[in-house]
Every structure is written in C-alpha cells, then in structure tokens.
Design a protein around this ligand. Sequence first.
Ligand code: ADE
Length: 236
Amino acid sequence: MRIDILTLFPGMFSGFLDGSLLGAARTAGILDIRLVDIRDFAEGPHRQVDDRPFGGGPGMLLMPGPVVSCIEAVQQAARPAGRVLMLTPGGRRLDQAVVEELAAEQRLVLVCGRYEGFDARVKETVAADEISIGDYVLSGGEVAAMVIVDAVARLVPGVLGDEESARQDSFSGADRLVEGPQYTRPREFRGLHVPEVLLSGDHRRIAAWRQEQAVEATRRRTTVPPTPGLARRSTP
Ligand code: ADE
C-alpha cells in the first residue's frame, strides 16, 4: 500500500514512521509511505501558504493554490491515483469500519491542515473526503494522519506478522465488540486472581467466557452513562 502524506511539518513524522512496526513494514516494502512538503508548492519569494479569511475572523487559512498543486503533483507522480483524505475536525468520524474501508485501498493521500483549516475551494477542486479522528480540535492534521496510518497499517497483510491478532482486536468482526479483560502471568497479583476458566485448558469454555465478557464490556461502554470525572481513580 502506498500512502502520501502532505504536510507543512514533515519532520513531525520521523520518529513515528521509523518506529518498530511501521519501520519494518516500510523496509520490507509492504508500506510505501512518502512525505511531501506543501510549502514546496507555494509561490512567491516568501512561499506563503496561509492568509487571513475573507469576511474576517480569527487566525489564518491554508491558501488553496499550494494545497491543490501539491495534491495534483502527487497524484500525477504515480498510478493509481490515491483516495484523497483531508484531515479536518468536521469530517466523517473515524472508526474501525472506516479504517477497514481505507485499508482496502491501494493508495491513500492524506492532507494535513494547519491554522484554522483549508480554503473551501480545495475540496471543490480535487475529489476529496474529509476525515475527523474525534470531536475535538487539534493544532493540525498531522497527529490525525498518524492515527490513520497506524490503524490502517495494522490491517495491511504482512504488517503485523500475526493476521489473527488484528481479527481479534476490539471493534473488529461483524459484531464490533470491544475486547474483554485479558491476563498474563503471574496467576495472582496483589490478591487478584486470574479467572479460573482461563487456566482450565478447555478451549470451548474459554471462547464462550471471552464472548460473554466482550458483550458485557461493550454493553457497559455504550449504555452506562459516564461518571463525572470520567472514571478517575479515587486516591486513598
Ligand atoms: N485537525 C484538527 N482537528 C482534527 C480532528 N479532530 N481530526 C482530524 N483532523 C483534525
């Protein structure tokens, strides 16, 4: 899979892309991830990329020229053209179903906004979808692009090494359940014991118990109203 990331801050991605899972997948040629600096497509001696919004208002907007030129250049540089995703807080909300949809593409073009966002004509000029990673505002699309790359890469065959582990992740599969509790050694920790069924060696019972726990964890997450202070641990 090829992913082009268009950004004013390519340096933000270096540690992330070179990290263990993604770094290995890139070295193995499973993922072809490229960073493109939007400022390289700006014109004039100052290579300006942002300007004040018409009609007034706070902050600056990304000018359409450099962004559209950058998108067109990366689309023309390789075939097939990629699916273009602009990262914006107002976009379609990312969830595992969207991640699966994106992982099925051969190529993605992620466009990171900065400042107060994009000039609206970018979206009218290039065929693009807008994606949000949640209802909060980030300083730019870079962190959102990293979230997408991380979540999508796990589903690309060969990246995880163990395909089964992606299939068992929370939100995967037809029922979209979150995973229930999991345990490793020791069998007892500070008086807390690993549930007996997990030590039984009875795979059918274990599978049934895990299914029950997943259903319960999902129900709790979706039906129990959040407590004020969001499950903050009470300090003794
Ligand atoms: N840019 C700023 N906030 C964002 C968000 N929540 N999701 C995606 N891109 C963003």
